[in-house]
Design a protein around this ligand. Structure first.
Ligand code: NAD
Length: 296
């Protein structure tokens, strides 16, 4: 099967390499020539342009930073692609742009899916990503073997935009819960309560959640996490802020009340602006520990 892969960065690079390793015929393109050169050493045919990459493809995958990049790309690659090609956008983008991308693809006689991922660069390299997919069932069935070559959980979340909706709702839970867990450890320390004692109680009580028991923000507590490696990411605070901002954009567009999501976005923005952007998102605990009451 011929696949065009556009956007060969931190995520797209290893995802495309996994497809090539599993005997898909992959043609790739990235505006950064270094990324294209690296891909060429991993069994991917380098195209001269995005338009060139898609012209013989049966499936086109995009993995770029934001909604505007996807829409700009779709404006230029839908015409040179063959009718009936399946377009899969794996980028994390706003729901409105995702729906617009679907409408553009369908108007051009193509099939389309939004299929954002979780699992980070490690999951991209190990082909263990989770794909959250929105679009029609026939397009989902056609995409399944390709997505399965890059991930281990492929979930059809519903119609157009449902994949992006699932991604930002999940990550809003994650951002809010990481702050809640961090606040509890900051308060515990002020109260003279040992972090390990709090973990022992809360991990088996009603405070239990993934941010506590799989990704504890305190070093030396719970299973190994980025906190044990000086908060080297993992999942950066910059990407958490991006996803929380997408959730707030969607909340504003739909009128949903998300007061804790809004506050989490403000806290992550202030953490990013004070130098936290490249740290793991769990390092928000250091930001909270350094803040005075009523300041955060
Ligand atoms: P990245 O910046 O490393 O890669 C994006 C790539 O797209 C870059 O190489 C860039 O040159 C290329 N690009 C941009 N516009 C292009 C165009 N018009 N034509 C061709 N190439 C173009 O970012 P990333 O970390 O790979 O993330 C990609 C997407 O995946 C983002 O939407 C991000 O939010 C999402 N995501 C990232 C992670 C992560 O841990 N890095 C996890 C989950 C989801």
């Amino acid at each position: 099967m011929k696949i065009a892969f556009i956007g060969l960065g931190n995520m797209g690079g290893p995802m495309a390499a996994n497809l090539a390793a599993k005997d898909f015929a992959v043609t790739g393109y990235d505006i950064v020539s270094g990324n294209l050169d690296r891909a060429a050493t991993q069994g991917i045919t380098a195209a001269k342009s995005a338009e060139d990459a898609v012209k013989d493809a049966e499936i086109v995958i995009t993995m770029v930073p934001a909604g505007q990049h996807v829409l700009d790309l779709y404006r230029s690659i839908l015409t040179p692609a063959r009718g009936g090609t399946l377009f899969i956008d794996c980028s994390t983008i706003d729901v409105a742009s995702a729906r617009q991308a679907h409408a553009m693809a369908e108007a051009a006689g193509m099939q389309s899916l939004d299929a954002p991922v979780s699992g980070g660069t490690a999951g991209a390299a190990a082909a263990t990503l989770t794909f959250m997919v929105g679009g029609k069932p026939d397009a989902f069935a056609r995409a399944n073997p390709v997505l399965s070559a890059m991930g281990k959980r492929i979930v059809h979340c519903g119609d157009r935009g449902a994949g992006q909706a699932a991604k930002i709702c999940n990550n809003m839970i994650l951002g809010v819960s990481m702050i809640a867990v961090s606040e509890a450890f900051v308060l515990a320390e002020k109260l003279g309560l040992d972090a390990k004692a709090l973990y022992e109680v809360a991990s088996a009580a009603s405070g239990q959640c993934w941010s506590l028991t799989s990704y504890c923000p305190v070093p030396g507590v719970g299973p190994v996490s980025p906190a044990d490696n000086d908060y080297k990411p993992g999942f950066t605070a910059a990407l958490m802020l991006k996803d929380l901002a997408l959730a707030q954009q969607a909340a504003a567009e739909t009128g949903a009340a998300t007061p804790l999501g809004a506050h989490a976005e403000r806290l992550y923005r202030s953490f990013n602006e004070s130098g936290g952007a490249t740290q793991d998102f769990s390092a928000i605990i250091r930001h909270l520990a350094a803040a005075r009451r009523n300041e955060a």
